[in-house]
Design a protein around this ligand. Structure first.
Ligand code: NAP
Length: 253
């Protein structure tokens, strides 16, 4: 098949967690442009609704921290749509604090969304994909899973994302022989509400981020989404367990 055909997601059902805004919304939009039917699964149901309307997809309320809710959502989507071709674990949060001042609840909530939530979704989507005979999972990790970036202190976030990268490799090894590919994408600084929220609180950090990024700018969400669509598609059919870094060169220094 020609490359354009391999990159197509025509006829595929793709679920994007945290797809109501930011990188997730661009992943949803790009997957839709590649021909997929996209389901935005977000904790904010009304934002999910307007995002789904904007891109021409559908939405479902999902809190990735609740394994029972994840199970129910996968069961419902499987009933409504049948085959789940792809699942993107994008929902994520960040809390910044020096390690010695990190409150218990900040550590727990970051782990609950970023790492536990990714596992609950991989497990439930994976069970369904194993039963249907294959599928593709893409986990959104971070360059912070590879390097401890400066100047902000975010031990919980960095640790959670390192966990996502290793979870991806572990599942890829377990499921490769049964038709499921699992890869992660590690973005650098990306211009989203999450980044803007941090920038508004700490304006001096942005200058450091820029000076430490060889390309001297944040990514546009669409620059992350393009790589995710590639990983969801048959164009990446020999890739599993990979962590694709999309960081404007941040991790080369
Ligand atoms: P964002 O703009 O904050 O969007 C994240 C989305 O996830 C929001 O719609 C949020 O809903 C939703 N969400 C949060 N908790 C959830 C939960 N428990 N269940 C379901 N949905 C939930 O974030 P972003 O910047 O696009 O980041 C997307 C992913 O990329 C995250 O995994 C992040 O760690 C990663 N990443 C981002 C950057 C960056 O610079 N932006 C860099 C590297 C990696 P609410 O708005 O209601 O909370």
């Amino acid at each position: 098949m020609a490359l354009a055909g391999k990159l197509s997601l025509e006829g595929c059902n793709i679920v994007v967690t945290g797809g109501a805004r930011g990188i997730g919304l661009d992943i949803a939009r790009s997957a839709r442009e590649a021909g997929a039917h996209v389901v935005i699964a977000d904790i904010d149901a009304s934002l999910g609704e307007s995002a789904a309307k904007e891109i021409g997809g559908s939405t479902i309320a999902l809190d990735v921290t609740d394994p029972a809710s994840v199970r129910d959502v996968v069961t419902r989507l499987a009933r409504e749509h049948g085959r789940l071709h792809g699942w993107v674990n994008n929902a994520g949060i960040v809390r910044n604090a020096p390690a010695e001042d990190t409150p218990d609840e900040d550590w727990r909530s970051v782990m609950a969304v970023n790492l536990d939530g990714t596992f609950w979704c991989c497990r439930e989507a994976g069970r369904h994909m194993l039963a249907q005979g294959g599928g593709v999972i893409v986990n959104i990790a971070s360059m912070s899973g590879l390097v401890s970036n400066r100047p902000q202190c975010q031990a919980a976030y960095n640790t959670s994302k390192a966990g996502v990268i290793m979870l991806t490799k572990s599942l890829a090894g377990e499921w490769a022989g049964r038709g499921i590919r699992v890869n992660s994408v590690s973005p650098g600084y990306t211009a989203t509400p999450l980044l803007e929220q941090v920038r508004a609180q700490k304006p001096d950090w942005a200058a450091v981020w820029q000076s430490e990024t060889p390309m001297a700018r944040p990514a546009e969400p669409s620059e992350i989404a393009a790589v995710v669509v590639f990983l969801l598609s048959d164009a990446s059919s020999y890739m599993t367990g990979s962590n694709v870094v999309v960081d404007g060169g941040y991790t080369v220094w």
